[in-house]
Every structure is written in C-alpha cells, then in structure tokens.
Design a protein around this ligand. Structure first.
Ligand SMILES: NC(=O)c1ccc[n+]([C@@H]2O[C@H](COP(=O)([O-])OP(=O)(O)OC[C@H]3O[C@@H](n4cnc5c(N)ncnc54)[C@H](O)[C@@H]3O)[C@@H](O)[C@H]2O)c1
Length: 359
C-alpha cells in the first residue's frame, strides 16, 4: 500500500471509523472523513483534527454529488457509514434501511467511476438466527419474516454485499467486504443498543444492569484495536480483492455472565435486572442464541490474530464509561465538542485534501 494513499472513510466520526482514522494517520496516510454525525461525534476525532493530513466533511453518503467529489481525490474508500445498532434500527426502520442501501450504492458508484479500492462494512447480522456454532463466510443466512424490523438491517447489509460483489464481478471494482461481529472499545456509544457500553455505564453508576430475556444468549466481543488491525491488514492485501471476511473474537460468553464480569471488574454494587425482549424492543422482537465467528479465512490470508482478550475489552469499556460519567457530572453539556456544519455548507466543500504526505 502506497504510504501517500488518500483514504475516504465514510462514517469516520463513528466508533470503528474514528479508531481507523487515527491508525491511518499514524501510518502516514491522508484521510478525509465524510460523516453526517447521525451517531458519530466530533469528540471522537479530537486527535485527528489536529493533524495536517486530516479533513472532516460534514455530509451524507446519500449526497451523490458530494460523495463523487470526494471520491475523485482519493485512492481508497472504507465505507463504514450506516445506521447501526438494534435500538436505532427498531426505532427508525425506514430511514435506516434507505441509508444502508442507497448510501452504499452511492459510494460504490463513485468508487467505480474513479477506480478506487473499496472496503465495505457488513455485519454478523447477515447470518440472522443461524446459531449453529462457528459461522464461516459461506454459512447460511437464517432470517425471520421481513415484517420483523430487526431483519431489515440484515437484509440491507446483504443487499450491500450483493451490490459490492456485482460491481466487482461485472465492472471490475476492487472491493472487499468485512463482516464485523460484536466490536467493543472506547468511544462506543451506549445509546443504540450496544450491550457492553451500556453495562459499563450502568455498573459505574451503580444502577442495575439490564439483561434482555434470561441472558443465555452467547456472544463474542472483539476489541476495536484488533478490528482496526484486521482492516489495515486487509487493505494491504491484494488477495483480499473480491473476498468477504469475518472479523471477530472467538472468546464466547453468555450475556448473563458478561453482566457478572462487568460488575466484578468495575467493583460495582450493581445487580442484574432481567427485562423481556418485548419490553426492550417491542412485541415480536427476535434474537439469536449464539453468534460465534470462524475467522480462519482472515487469519490464513493476513496472519491476523486478536491481541486483546475480554478482560482488556472490559477494562477499556469501564474506563471509557468512568470518563464519560465524570465528565457529565462536572458539566451539564453533553460530551463532545460537536462542530456541526449545515449540510448545504458541506455539500459545497471543494477544498482539495491539504497537507503533505508524511510517511
Ligand atoms: N460496532 C459493531 O459491533 C459493528 C458490528 C457489525 C457491523 N458494524 C458496521 O461497522 C460500521 C461502523 O459501525 P460503528 O459501530 O462504528 O457505528 P457508529 O454508529 O459509531 O458509526 C457509523 C457512522 O456512520 C455515520 N453515518 C450514519 N449515517 C450516515 C450518512 N447518511 N452519511 C454519512 N455518515 C453517516 C454516523 O454518524 C456514524 O459516525 C457500520 O457499517 C456497521 O454496520 C459494526
């Protein structure tokens, strides 16, 4: 990978995106972030904003002209922008569905026009209710009825994958798909249904940790630093072109045990409180019992392996929660120095990427 490459990171003010941006800048790349701050935060980019090789553009991946303009000046696009989180999807299903399909199509179209290499973020939700042990990239999708809102996210991401594959096969787009399983770490918002940031905040505040159903669901949680490492390795690998990769941890735990681990690790006096799915997400909500990735393909191509275990993941999530809780206690303003530009201003941003390429 050329050290002077210019990267567009859509959704770069979000959780995974902002960590990727920091890593790319540290590697000497130029980075432009396109984000509408729907769930992202400028506070995630505090470090990046000081960098001469960084530029932030406030706007939407649904704005085809803006995406096109930015794509023209880049070599690679990492497409992370999406409506994310079970809670958000359930609360805003139509907006989420449109963002997740149309946004990806817009990015792929511009990437193909200018010959960019593309990495598209997909999700373990692709596998739906398939709970049959380790899931490999070719495992079946098992979905409930389309009328169950949760599956609209899975379906939108599946359409994104199909579009990406077809652009690759029929139009020669250099594209890789990554399916993130539960990814956790600093900067992850608890607001949209992510279990570890929510548990960490509840434990730090001494509130009950709300466990959905009986908490027997089993999940694996990967530290965001390991997820970003996987992305960097794949971006360097010509062999990743046209391929799909799971990215996740294989350290499995039930949600009930996870709650107990968070309480113990935080030294909290909290207890577990069991909440039926219907109360948390409305009637008819469906979940899967088990979700464990098979990452053999990623390991074989890149040699990747996670450097952090669940204890590290929880240590960082609890520290992040403590920081946020004490910041909120000392000020009535929400965290983050949001610097929201009107969309109209963003859509006419024409400045070329500034700053020298320092490797
Ligand atoms: N975090 C996980 O565990 C996980 C799991 C599976 C898949 N993913 C995927 O990884 C990607 C990043 O997720 P994340 O966890 O960092 O979530 P996030 O919500 O922190 O990041 C998504 C970013 O996209 C931005 N965005 C939303 N709509 C946009 C639009 N129309 N135009 C421009 N920006 C827009 C948001 O403001 C946010 O910054 C997503 O594509 C998500 O589907 C994440």
């Amino acid at each position: 990978m050329d050290s002077c490459s210019k990267y567009m990171v859509t959704g770069g003010a979000g959780f995974i995106g902002s960590h990727l941006v920091d890593a790319l800048l540290a590697e000497g790349k130029e980075v432009v972030v396109l984000d509408n701050l729907a769930t992202g935060r400028m506070s995630n980019l505090v470090r990046a904003q000081e960098h001469p090789r960084f530029r932030f553009v406030h706007g939407s991946v649904l704005d085809a002209l803006l995406v096109d303009e930015l794509a023209r000046e880049c070599d690679t696009v990492v497409h992370l922008a999406a409506a994310v989180g079970v809670k958000l999807i359930v609360e805003q299903p139509l907006k989420s569905f449109i963002t997740n399909i149309r946004g990806t199509e817009t990015v792929l179209e511009s990437a193909q026009r200018y010959g960019l290499r593309v990495l598209v973020a997909s999700t373990s939700e692709i596998y739906g209710k398939n709970s049959s042990g380790q899931l490999s990239e070719t495992s079946d999708r098992i979905l409930g009825s389309p009328s169950v809102v949760r599956w609209s996210y899975s379906t939108a991401k599946a359409v994104d994958e199909i579009l990406t594959g077809l652009y690759h096969r029929e139009r020669g787009l250099k594209a890789t798909i990554v399916r993130f399983f539960n990814t956790v770490g600093p900067r992850q918002s608890p607001a949209y249904g992510m279990v570890i940031p929510r548990f960490a905040r509840q434990a730090v505040r001494g509130e009950p940790l709300t466990v959905h159903a009986a908490g027997r669901q089993r999940r694996c949680f990967l530290h965001v630093a390991d997820a970003v490492e996987a992305l960097l390795l794949l971006l360097e690998q010509p062999g990743a072109d046209g391929e799909t990769f799971n990215i996740g941890s294989s350290e499995e735990i039930s949600v009930r045990e996870l709650g107990e681990r968070v309480i113990a690790q935080a030294g909290s006096a909290s207890s577990l409180e069991y909440v039926p799915y219907a109360e948390a997400y409305g009637a008819g909500f469906e979940d899967m019992q088990r979700r464990v990735p098979d990452t053999t393909k990623l390991r074989a191509l890149t040699g990747w392996q996670p450097k952090h275990d669940l204890t590290d993941v929880l240590t960082d999530a609890i520290a992040d929660a403590r920081g946020e809780v004490s910041r909120l206690a000392s000020t009535s303003l929400p965290g983050g120095r949001a610097e929201r530009l009107p969309a109209a201003t963003a859509s006419i941003v024409k400045t070329a990427l500034a700053g020298p390429c320092q490797s």
